[in-house]
Design a protein around this ligand. Structure first.
Ligand SMILES: Cc1cc2nc3c(=O)[nH]c(=O)nc-3n(C[C@H](O)[C@H](O)[C@H](O)COP(=O)(O)O)c2cc1C
Length: 164
């Protein structure tokens, strides 16, 4: 799948809104992720509202680019099924990666914006959305049509693999 090899973080976006079908596909891809005990402990808060995206871009010092994005997704862990946040966040990371790859497949740019384990950022999101105890906002992802060239980093290093 070329989108795995061709994906890179995109931090500049066009103003044009994403199509509803594209947003649906990105979210459906998230739900395809594997999860411990098949708990599927994810919960997604989705917004296209420019005012909210601007406000949310303050949740972390490294999230400013969210203000220019046309879609923001807060990836949350719902700890109801699996009370281990350690497991939930692994599952949610898998779901997040699926979204990034599906976005690339649709020629949509994306950037993961870190939150957890920075509890200050988690708390800001929790307060902003007034979330119940069982819903832990982990991080956000910014999406939009790319307004920059993709710059792929060379990451493959055989020295990081041990063949037995
Ligand atoms: C857990 C995690 C947190 C990240 N947080 C941020 C962030 O807060 N702001 C940002 O601009 N990029 C963030 N990134 C994107 C990384 O900087 C990026 O993935 C990395 O530099 C590799 O580049 P690539 O995505 O283009 O391959 C994050 C990525 C991950 C996986």
């Amino acid at each position: 799948m070329n989108s795995i090899f061709d994906r890179c973080s995109i931090r500049k976006f066009k103003k044009e809104a994403l199509k509803k079908e594209e947003i649906d596909l990105i979210l459906k891809a998230a739900f395809c992720a594997p999860s411990a005990k098949n708990c599927q402990p994810w919960y997604f808060i989705v917004t296209e509202d420019p005012k909210k995206l601007k406000e949310l871009s303050e949740f972390s010092p490294y999230a400013k680019l969210l203000a220019q994005a046309t879609l923001g997704v807060v990836v949350c862990a719902d700890t109801t099924c699996n009370p281990s946040l350690d497991y939930c966040q692994q599952d949610c990371a898998a779901a997040t990666q699926n979204m990034l790859i599906e976005a690339k497949e649709l020629n949509i740019g994306s950037c993961w914006l870190g939150g957890y384990p920075n509890l200050d950022r988690v708390q800001k999101l929790k307060t902003y959305f007034n979330l119940p105890e069982n819903i832990v906002p982990l991080w956000m992802v910014a999406f939009g049509y790319p307004d920059q060239e993709a710059t792929l980093k060379e990451k493959y290093k055989e020295s990081k693999i041990r063949y037995e």
